[in-house]
Design a binder for this molecule. Structure first.
Ligand code: HEC
Length: 281
C-alpha cells in the first residue's frame, strides 16, 4: 500500500480512530510542510507527533528511549549511525527522519517517460494531456486542470487548497493551525505518486476509488467561501460550471494515474520490515 494503511482513519493504541487518513510517505524529501494541514515544518519534528499522540502510539519519548536502550537490537545500530550507543530523543527523531528521506519513488513509468525510456500507451498519453491541460472550450482544448495543483514531476505543489469536498466544512484543515478564516477547509496538496495503491482518498478517506475521485472533480465540486479558484467555472463546455469530462476521458486520466505506480519503490528490500531483514543477514 505504498506506506499507507488502506483505511479511511487509523486505529491508535487506545483503539480510538485518528482524525485524518494516513498520508503517503513517498518523496518527503521535497515536502516543506508536513501533515494534511502543514503544521509541522520538518521531518524531525513531525516524527514526535505520532510517537507521542495518545490516540496514535501513545508513548513518551523518554519511555521510547529507555525501551530502545535496553533492547539488544538497537544500541549497536545507533552506534554505527551516530558513533555512540547512548540513544537519545534527538537521535530517534534524526534516525526516523533520515530513513523517511530515503523513501524516494522515482522509477515509475511516468519517470521512465520523463527520462525518454518509456512510450505511454495512447490511453495513458491522452490521460496525461488531460491531466496537464487547462480546458478552453473556445479553443477546443480539453483538459482536467489537475496540473495546477498536482503539477510537475513531484505531482504536488507546496500549496494548501480547498478542493471542494464540502459546502459546509467539516474539518477546518489549515485554519486550525493558522487561525486564518481564509484557510478554512484547506489541506496540503498531496503527492499522487503510487496513488493507485493508496486508497481510500482525501484527508478523511471518503473516496474508495479513483473513479470516485474523478467523479468528484468532474461533477461534485461543492461551493464554499474558500473553494480554490482553480476549481470554479472551469469547464470543457461553454457556460457550464462542471468540468464536463466524458466517461472515457475520466478513464484515461485514471490510466495516467496508474503510470505513477513505482514497483521498484514498493518492492525495495531496504524499505521492508527491518526485523525481518536483520534476522536474515
Ligand atoms: C485546487 C487544487 C487542486 C486541483 C486543481 C486538483 N487537486 Fe487533487 N487534491 C487537492 C487537494 C488540496 C487534495 C487533498 C484534499 C483533502 O484531502 O482535503 C487533493 C487530493 C487529491 C487526491 C487524493 C490524494 C490522497 O492521497 O488521498 C487525488 C487522487 C487527486 N487529488 C487527484 C486530482 C486529479 C485527478 C485532479 C484533476 C482532475 C485534481 N486532483 C485536481 C488539490 C487539487
Amino acid at each position: 500500500m505504498a506506506f499507507t494503511d488502506g483505511k479511511a482513519l487509523s486505529e491508535g493504541v487506545d483503539k480510538s480512530l485518528t482524525a485524518r487518513s494516513s498520508m503517503s510517505l513517498a518523496n518527503l524529501l521535497w515536502v516543506r510542510n508536513f501533515f494534511w494541514d502543514g503544521r509541522s515544518p520538518g521531518l524531525e519534528e513531525q516524527a514526535v507527533f505520532p510517537l507521542t499522540n495518545e490516540h496514535e502510539m501513545g508513548q513518551s519519548l523518554e519511555a521510547s528511549v529507555s525501551k530502545l536502550r535496553t533492547s539488544t537490537l538497537y544500541p549497536p545500530l545507533f552506534k554505527s549511525a551516530f558513533g555512540s550507543d547512548i540513544i537519545s530523543e534527538n537521535q530517534i527523531r534524526k534516525a526516523l527522519a533520515q530513513f523517511e528521506r530515503t523513501l524516494i519513488s522515482a522509477d515509475s513509468n511516468y519517470d521512465k517517460y520523463l527520462a525518454g525510456n518509456y512510450k505511454p500507451s495512447e490511453q495513458e498519453q491522452h490521460g496525461m494531456d488531460l491531466f496537464q491541460n487547462a480546458p478552453n472550450a473556445e479553443k477546443l482544448i480539453r483538459g482536467a486542470n489537475c496540473e495546477h495543483c498536482h503539477g510537475g514531476p513531484k505531482t504536488f505543489k507546496e500549496l494548501f487548497h480547498n478542493n471542494g469536498l464540502d459546502s459546509v466544512v467539516t474539518d477546518a484543515g489549515r485554519e486550525k493551525f493558522t487561525s486564518q478564516p481564509t484557510d478554512r477547509g484547506r489541506f496540503r496538496v498531496p503527492t499522487l505518486r503510487n496513488i493507485a495503491l493508496t486508497a481510500p482518498y482525501m484527508h478523511d478517506g471518503r473516496f474508495t476509488t479513483l473513479e470516485d475521485v474523478l467523479d468528484h472533480y468532474n461533477e461534485h465540486i461543492r461551493q464554499s467561501p474558500t473553494l480554490s479558484s482553480f476549481l470554479q467555472n472551469i469547464s470543457n463546455k461553454k457556460g457550464s460550471k462542471n468540468l464536463e469530462l466524458t466517461k472515457s476521458e475520466k478513464t484515461d486520466i485514471i490510466s495516467f494515474l496508474h503510470m505513477l505506480t513505482d514497483s521498484a519503490f514498493i518492492t525495495n528490500p531496504e524499505f521492508s520490515d527491518p526485523h525481518q531483514t536483520l534476522k536474515t543477514q
